[in-house]
Design a binder for this molecule. Structure first.
Ligand code: HEC
Length: 205
């Protein structure tokens, strides 16, 4: 009984202490000061657990159709490179100034530190579902917007398809795949679709 009392008193004091810290204004909110470890861990756990739960039932469509890559590439180039970069571009005002920092999606997941487990088929599907969800819904209190408010699922899956290829592209291949075709998603751009495979032999880097 006595121990229980002590635990309750400590719990109340802890709660008041936490509230005191919140109200004191002591916590630095500027994007140029990183979170302390505890806050970082809490926010990362909150984000990853929430996304894992939200993506459980997402069915990943086939992502290897050439017209998806072309539509997704053009959209990526228009809307995402200021934060997520592209082959030949290694930093921007946003990658230097945003916190959390947007990962460089032109690098592999291992390279930008967002790998999730081994790269077998189910992980590839899980990673595609995760990317789809993040692009559609965004991430609170980060620079990542919810593109689902302005883009339908097909367009978002096309960007996911492009993201799977992006880390393997050199600058020339990137330019060919991201050139905006006069028609949009759903209309094949034959010229670009035929040009893309040739770029593989264009040159290495
Ligand atoms: C204004 C900057 C900004 C723009 C523009 C932006 N993002 Fe992001 N994005 C972020 C930030 C910041 C994060 C990391 C959020 C975090 O860690 O909580 C992120 C995270 C992501 C992730 C998760 C990466 C991972 O492996 O964890 C994906 C996928 C993504 N963005 C895709 C896109 C796509 C596709 C576009 C364009 C349609 C886009 N983003 C546009 C800032 C941006």
């Amino acid at each position: 009984m006595k121990t229980l009392k002590i635990i309750v008193v400590l719990g109340v004091l802890g709660g008041l202490g936490a509230l005191g810290v919140l109200y004191s204004g002591w916590y630095p909110m500027g994007a140029d000061v990183p979170h302390n470890r505890l806050t970082y861990w809490a926010l990362e756990t909150l984000r990853e657990r929430s996304i894992a739960r939200a993506t459980r039932n997402i069915k990943v469509p086939p992502l290897d159709e050439p017209q998806m890559l072309l539509a997704g590439g053009a959209d990526y180039n228009d809307m995402c490179t200021s934060c997520h970069l592209k082959p030949g571009k290694t930093e921007s005002e946003f990658t230097l100034g945003l916190y959390p920092q947007p990962p460089n999606l032109a690098l592999s997941a291992e390279a930008h530190g967002h790998a999730h487990g081994d790269a077998d088929a189910s992980d590839a599907a899980a990673s595609a579902a995760r990317q789809f969800w993040i692009i559609k819904h965004g991430i609170k209190a980060s620079g990542m917007a919810a593109f689902g408010k302005t883009h339908d699922d097909a367009r978002i899956w096309a960007m996911v398809a492009f993201l799977q290829k992006l880390p393997t592209l050199n600058e020339v291949q990137y330019q060919i795949l991201t050139a905006r075709s006069p028609t949009d998603l759903g209309h094949e751009d034959h010229e670009a679709a035929e040009a893309a495979p040739q770029a593989e032999n264009a040159h290495a880097h």
